[in-house]
Structures are given as structure tokens and as C-alpha cells.
Design a protein around this ligand. Structure first.
Ligand code: SF4
Length: 359
């Protein structure tokens, strides 16, 4: 369906929205809402409003507080109901670990960081790709962590890969951040309101979403999960075209939507946004990357997140994303033209940056 023409995908998306509403509201007598974050789901909100559904029919909610300030501004203009997590991001990082590389890889790395994991078969599969008896002795490159990450994080299980010199990082990695910061609070709201979400997910984004959307389709009524993802077959070009057609307010974090010579649409700043301070996908981003942008926009917050957000339980030393990025080989402390004295990054009284703001 990803190969269908844009107009057909839009028409089908309209049908999916109506069908989900009809099933949940008219047949099951429950409610529906739109879960709003970045540009894709902001476009979904415009799309659904354009079909005639009001804020009363389908309210919009979002973990707004975590988004870039330009996105927060637009959420407010669009009447998105803000949902707040119970725990702060720095506590998540301190207690669980840094969200880095990708959700799936972070999960595997966090298992490798536990030196006596009960999931020994899975550990072996992560280290080698060999799935053992349970996996009918098959080999899976998808389950295996790439060797470059095994070398960085596989130290506790060196014996599984004697061919690589495996190390352990002196920071924790976790895939759980989104769950505590976004998913649980939004799920709780949905449960309290007996409501099921419209999501702006697209299979073309890849990862675990791709698999789930391909398997379950746009509207899914499962035992545990009920949701509508009307844009599931959309490609990036479709969502940008739709944003243009619906005259969506584009948050400054993305810049503007423009067209290249060959007709391809793109956003002039971020192609994707998540939270300001997130390490998922950072290894794929060109510089200036998101941490560089934060440095330009808010040097004090940058200082806090790069140097101070965590305390090393063994040495008492404060550290942050700087340690993580150094370890995985991402530059961050040398932005040309943005060189700063460390003293500039502290308050005048020399105290460390304390205001973590919405983060
Ligand atoms: S996008 Fe990144 S930083 Fe934000 S909640 Fe999810 S994992 Fe955490």
C-alpha cells in the first residue's frame, strides 16, 4: 500500500478515521482521542479536524512538556491537552540509563549490562545471532547486536565472542525512557477516559513500528491494544505533502518544508524531532546534531545535560551525555563557531545550572 498514489492513500486514511470512530464510539460506546507529538501527529490532528471532528468529538492529548519549545507552542495553539509524566527525565537517566542508539538496541545493551541475566539464551543470540534450541538453531542477524556495539557493551559476556575485545561502559543504557515519560502517562489518561488513540505512525519509519503496522494494519482492535494509525502506509513525502495541503503550522524545530530540484520535499531543519535530549538515532545524525542545536539555543541547559545530569555512584563525579557520546564516538564538544568558555556556561554566582525547565 506504500506504493499507492498519494491521493488514494489520503482517501483511504479518511475512511480509516471514520471506521475507527464508528467502531469505538458508535458501536462500543467508548471514546477516541488523538495522541499528538511532532509534525506527523500534528498533521494528523489537522487531518481529523478537517474531516469535521471537533475537540469534543476527538480531543487531542500529548506529552507536550517533553517536546521542543516550538512544538509546545503549537500544541498550545491547537488545544492539545498536556499530559505530565510522574518522573523527571534526569531521574530516569540516573536510575535506568541513557536512551541511546535505538530503542531495540538500547534494550539489548541494557540486558548485556546486567552481568547475571536470567535470559542466557537471548544474551547468546544478542552476542552471536545464534538462537539455540528454542530458536531451532537458526541464526538471526536481526537479533544480533552489530559487532561495533558488542565491542563497546558486551564485556560482561566476553566468553560468547572470543573473537572481539568487548568492553563495558561506565554508564547505563536503557530503552525505558519513552515508556515512563510518554507511553505510561498517555496510557493512564486513556484508561481513565475510556478512550482509544489515533496515532500518527507510519510503517516507513522502520524499526519495531514497521513490523507492528505491517502485521496489524491501520486500525487494530487487539486484546491489549486498540488503536488507529491512518497514516500507516504513508511515506515521508506523503506526510510532508499533506502538511502543505492542510496548511499545517510547522514548528520552528523543523524549519520550513521545501522542495529540492528533483521535487523531493524536505524540512530545512530537523527531519524528525523527539525530546530535545534524546540519544535515539544520534549516531546517524550529521553535525550540527541535536546536542549542537541545544548548545546554540540554550547553553546552560546544554551544560547541565552534557556534564551534570548524573552522578557516578562509584566516584561521586558528575557526568552526562558527554560521557555517552565520547564513548560511542560522537563529537559534541567542538562546534565550529560556537566555542565557549566553561565559565560562560555557569550562572554568575558559579552555581551549576539548576533549572531543568520542562525537561
Ligand atoms: S524520545 Fe527519547 S528522551 Fe524522549 S521520552 Fe522517548 S526515549 Fe526519552
Amino acid at each position: 500500500m506504500q506504493r499507492l498514489p498519494y491521493e488514494v492513500k489520503v482517501k483511504r486514511a479518511e475512511q480509516r478515521v471514520h471506521e475507527f470512530y464508528d467502531e469505538i464510539v458508535n458501536t462500543r460506546d467508548k471514546r477516541v482521542h488523538i495522541s499528538v507529538g511532532g509534525l506527523d501527529s500534528i498533521t494528523l490532528l489537522y487531518f481529523i479536524r478537517g474531516l469535521g471532528y471537533s475537540e469534543e468529538d476527538i480531543p487531542a492529548i500529548g506529552a507536550t512538556v517533553l517536546e521542543h519549545k516550538s512544538i509546545r507552542k503549537i500544541h498550545k495553539q491547537l488545544g492539545v491537552i498536556p499530559i505530565y509524566p510522574d518522573i523527571s527525565k534526569h531521574r530516569i537517566i540516573q536510575e535506568y540509563g541513557f536512551p541511546v542508539i535505538s530503542k531495540a538496541k538500547a534494550r539489548k545493551i541494557s540486558l548485556l549490562q546486567n552481568s547475571d541475566s536470567e535470559k542466557q539464551t537471548f544474551i547468546h543470540a544478542i552476542m552471536t545471532g545464534d538462537m539455540g534450541e528454542q530458536g531451532k538453531w537458526q541464526h538471526s542477524e536481526k537479533i544480533k547486536l552489530p559487532d561495533k556495539w558488542i565491542a563497546k557493551f558486551g564485556g560482561n559476556y566476553q566468553s560468547h565472542r572470543p573473537d572481539i575485545c568487548c568492553k563495558c561502559a561506565n554508564f547505563k543504557v536503557s530503552s525505558e525512557c519513552c515508556k515512563y515519560m510518554k507511553e505510561d502517562p498517555c496510557d493512564n489518561w486513556a484508561r481513565e477516559h475510556n478512550s482509544f488513540p489515533y496515532l500518527g505512525l507510519m510503517a516507513s519509519e522502520g524499526g519495531q513500528r514497521e513490523f507492528a503496522l505491517m502485521k496489524n494494519g491501520c486500525n487494530y482492535y487487539g486484546k491489549e491494544v486498540i488503536r488507529s494509525a491512518p497514516f500507516a502506509p504513508f511515506m515521508r513525502q506523503d506526510i510532508l505533502q499533506l502538511a502543505i495541503d492542510l496548511k499545517v503550522l510547522i514548528p520552528d524545530a523543523y524549519g520550513e518544508i521545501k522542495r529540492k530540484f528533483d521535487g523531493t520535499l524536505y524540512t530545512t531543519k530537523a527531519q524528525r524531532t523527539g525530546c530535545d535530549i534524546c540519544g535515539f538515532g544520534i549516531h546517524l545524525e550529521k553535525r550540527p546534531h541535536r546536542f549542537d542545536r541545544l548548545r546554540e539555543e540554550n547553553p546552560k541547559a546544554w551544560k547541565y545535560w552534557m556534564h551534570d545530569v548524573c552522578m557516578d555512584s562509584e566516584t561521586g563525579e558528575r557526568y552526562g551525555w558527554g560521557r555517552v557520546l565520547d564513548y560511542i564516538g560522537i563529537g559534541w564538544n567542538d562546534v565550529p563557531g560556537v566555542q565557549m568558555e566553561m565559565s560562560e556556561l555557569y550562572d554568575l554566582d558559579g552555581g551549576a545550572y539548576e533549572d531543568t525547565g520542562s525537561l
